[in-house]
Design a protein around this ligand. Structure first.
Ligand code: ADP
Length: 700
């Protein structure tokens, strides 16, 4: 902010050097139609303004000859610059409208004789004819004694001449039927030809510089608005610049008249008035777009409507009438601008962004407008500073705009970065979710497949159950019916035994089935304990050895040493359940192996790197083997093989299913290897831990 203020002050200083037309100190004043410039230094580049009291002849269009033939006593002396509306009563003038002749004698030192001089006449209301030392040198518009004859024109002129006498006589006929005020209302400059030309060049350069800047700014803001129509502030700002450009072209150096000499005076004055009112309208609209919250909408509409009404009034009435509205317009400008300043003050108090800078810009602009009003009331010698004020105002706006742009850009950059991050994480998330969905889908598909397999096996199971239960029940039914019918004796112990066996069998089926179902539903509590593998298997061997040998079978135990030196294998098992597995496998082996055959109980060990591993335990027999087509179903419930001999009809077909489930619960697997006639090998695994022998002793 401090930087901005410094730049602002520097800019004001730089521009102030360009302000033209300021009066020098110690300027001599004309008295009683004579100004004494004998002491004036024409070499220091300053303009002497011929201000003071001039001779004035109301309702007379006099020429220099009229003064040379007989010296006229002047009707009055009038102050220049000034309009003749407020002239003293002895001048005989009654209103702003009319015509008259001004005369001034300029006294020069003898050293200035024959040195080229110049007059600078910026504006006269509203037409004039000028003689210097009897020679007609300038004419602006057309002099006349009535409105029809007279033609107004406003065009800043330079008049060059060479004084031949120490007293230069200036005679100016002025006529006004066009506007409210008439007469020499602006100072007339007097200087060396060089100074006059230099000052005029400076004025033109200054005018073109300021107008050019404003014009480019107008285009720039219109372009911004066209690109982004949502925000109307550039539109109003551009319009403000453009209307000041138009106005400036008609003031001071009257550049527009210079470019287009035929331009209609009435039109030019109308544009001059309308642009000042419209400028205010645009300022109000612009301020509202910026600080809508601080500005009352009704006030805005009021100021805009009043401005438009003034414009309409100027448009439809002739300058003779609408120039009377100047005071009202000035009041309107001041009131509305004070309101704008108040709005900015409020915005600054509320710490709205840019409001302070904006307020300073507006204040600078307001000061130049006040100056403008004074200028028109002939109280300011600074000339029109509105374009300059607008430049300062414009500069503050541009700074604001740049700050807003820079901030927006930073915001956009931050947002983009955030967005990119969100995007990236979103992509990651989408990828994750996709994988999860795919997995879920695959899982669902698997679950579906499992469900349909389960459904199939459930149906098969039900069929099997009803079959398995049905068969012994039918037998029992048959026996009892025979007893009722008297075919057999009701107390025949042989039949009673048969019936009893069948019920025992039925009970076994139901018990096994119940147990298997519970195990599958993980509802059977397992009582794990740590066992030394080899001693445990040896115990099993010893337990079954007697029975198997009784059946004329050879029973062999083969065990390997621990693969890790100094460490021995331990298993964590439910000893009762695992014994059930051994029992099932060994009983089956015995069942299907003819006398003289061999049953081998083998223990193998596989170690991994982390002192863990697997025990592979197999029960091999030299029995009849299993048919290849039965192998895949051997672990299914109620599967008893396709060629079950009568001898083994008592089998339920649940033993292997239960065994496999018990091993699965112990984190192991079970499989079978067999070929018809060559015996079978049932193999299962159990996870083991290899522990140092000392610990092992403790376990035992
Ligand atoms: P079961 O109560 O009928 O023995 P299992 O589930 O234990 O039921 O066995 C299923 C079937 O697997 C048996 O009926 C038999 O056909 C076949 N089987 C099991 N063990 C052997 C084996 N050692 N040799 C040949 N067949 C076997």
């Amino acid at each position: 902010m401090r930087f901005v203020l410094i730049v602002l002050v520097a800019m004001c200083c730089a521009l102030s050097t360009l302000i033209p037309g300021y009066a020098a100190d110690d300027v001599p004043l004309a008295e009683q139609g004579v100004i004494d410039l004998t002491q004036w230094d024409f070499t220091d580049g300053e303009i002497a303004y011929l201000d003071g009291s001039w001779e004035f002849y109301w309702n007379k269009l006099l020429v220099p000859q009229d003064f040379s033939t007989k010296e006229k006593s002047p009707a009055a002396f009038l102050r220049v610059p000034g309009d003749w509306n407020n002239s003293p009563p002895e001048s005989g003038q009654v209103s702003g409208q009319g015509y008259g002749t001004y005369r001034l004698k300029v006294k020069l030192s003898n050293s200035e004789l024959l040195k080229p001089k110049g007059l600078y006449i910026s504006s006269v209301a509203s037409a004039y004819k000028l003689w210097v030392d009897g020679e007609l040198l300038a004419e602006n518009g057309k002099i006349g004694t009535d409105p029809a004859e007279m033609q107004p024109k406003n065009y800043a002129k330079i008049v060059l001449f060479t004084p031949k006498h120490s007293e230069v006589e200036i005679v100016i006929q002025v006529a006004n039927f066009s506007q409210r005020k008439g007469g020499l209302w602006k100072s007339i400059g007097f200087a060396s030809e060089e100074t006059i030309l230099y000052k005029r060049d400076l004025n033109v350069a200054y005018g073109i510089f300021v107008i050019g800047c404003l014009f480019i700014m107008a285009l720039y803001h219109f372009a911004i608005y066209l690109i982004r129509r949502k925000n109307k502030s550039p539109l109003f700002f551009g319009a403000l610049c453009l209307s000041i450009v138009l106005r400036s072209l008609l003031l001071d150096e009257t550049l527009l008249v210079r470019f287009f000499p035929q331009i209609d005076w009435t039109l030019a004055v109308k544009v001059e008035y309308i642009t000042i009112v419209l400028s205010m309208v645009f300022i109000v609209l612009f301020a509202h777009t910026q600080y809508g919250a601080e500005m009352n909408k009704r006030f805005r509409n009021f100021f805009v409507l009043v401005g438009l009404a003034f414009s309409l009034f100027v448009l439809v009435t002739p300058p003779r009438i609408f120039t009377y509205g100047l005071t009202a317009i000035e009041v309107y400008l001041l009131v509305s601008y004070l309101y704008i300043i108040a709005v900015h003050l409020l915005a600054a108090i509320r710490k709205r962004p840019g409001s302070l800078l904006n307020g300073i810009g507006h204040l600078a602009f307001l000061l130049t407008i006040i100056n403008e009003i004074l200028y028109y009331r002939i109280a300011s010698s600074l000339g029109s500073l509105v374009p300059l004020g607008l430049l300062v105002f414009l500069f503050t706006q541009m700074l604001n705009l740049s700050i807003t742009f820079a901030q927006s850009l930073t915001r956009v950059e931050n947002l983009s970065a955030e967005l990119q991050q969100i995007n990236e994480s979103l992509e990651e998330k989408i990828a994750e979710r996709t994988v999860a969905l795919q997995e879920a889908n695959a899982g669902l598909q698997r679950a579906n497949e499992e469900l349909s397999t389960m459904e199939q096996s459930r149906r098969k199971l039900l069929t099997n159950i009803s079959h398995e239960l049905g068969t012994p029940l039918t037998s029992i039914q048959g026996y009892i019916k025979a007893m009722i019918d008297g075919i057999v004796k009701a107390d025949d112990p042989k039949f009673l035994r048969l019936i009893y066996d069948k019920t025992v069998f039925l009970h076994r089926i139901i018990r096994d089935l119940f147990e298997l179902t519970k195990m599958e539903a993980k509802q059977v509590p397992f009582d794990y304990s740590t066992q030394g593998l080899v001693p445990y298997v040896r115990k099993i061997y010893e337990k079954f050895a007697h029975d198997l040998k009784k059946d004329d079978l050879q029973f062999v135990l083969e065990s390997v040493n621990s693969p890790i030196a100094g460490r021995v294998p331990l298993v964590s098992i439910d000893v009762v359940r695992i014994e059930q597995v051994f029992s099932n496998l060994l009983v089956n082996a015995a069942k299907y192996t003819p006398a003289g055959g061999t049953i081998r109980l083998r223990v193998g060990l596989l170690a991994d790197e982390k002192w863990g591993g697997h025990a592979v335990i197999s029960v091999e027999d030299t029995g009849k083997g299993i048919d290849e087509k039965d192998l895949p179903y051997i672990f299914d419930r109620f599967y008893k093989g396709s060629e079950q001999s009568r001898k083994h009809a008592a089998g339920v077909g649940l033993g292997l299913a239960i065994s496999k489930e018990i091993i699965a619960i112990h984190q192991g697997t079970m499989e079978v290897e067999s070929s018809k006639g060559a015996g079978s090998t049932f193999r299962f695994t159990l996870p083991v831990r290899f522990v140092p022998a000392e610990e092992y002793e403790e376990v035992i």
